[in-house]
Design a protein around this ligand. Sequence first.
Ligand SMILES: [Ca+2]
Ligand SMILES: [Ca+2]
Length: 161
Amino acid sequence: MRLGICYKAFDTRKTWNEAAAACGEDGGTLTMPRDTETNAFLISLYKSVSDSMNFLFGLHDRREEGLFEWVDGSALGTYNSWGPREPNNAGGFEDCVRYHNDKWNDGRCDYWPAGFICHSVPAQWEGCPRPPLYAFMNVAVQTNPRSAPPGAGWTSEALCR
Ligand SMILES: [Ca+2]
Ligand SMILES: [Ca+2]
């Protein structure tokens, strides 16, 4: 858990749509690294799972080419961690973003399956005072918060000690 959000990196290779569905089944969404700290945390998280795979996350420009948005519908904003010459929309088909060599790279949504990272907002705030959750998160509150607690194996990083 980091900033009240639970994260999990999966080393099962999936397309972006399959990965998004898998996160949903687990009560979460593809994760949204909106700042340097979260981005660094996610990199260390997936490296603990695999050092060689790419990992998909919840950023895409499928609605409008070149206009990247998060899976919750919000705009990319000012923070990013694109690799050199990315996003390049190679071949005109790259709309789904992944970690590649620890940097962001737009890749094809339907090909090039990869690992993926989900996050889930726990229904209960455990061990901390309970302000509105969004105050602790750099991620917009899901419009339809899932009530299912994250299952076993979710990585935690304590915010309140
Ligand atoms: Ca694109
Ligand atoms: Ca690319």
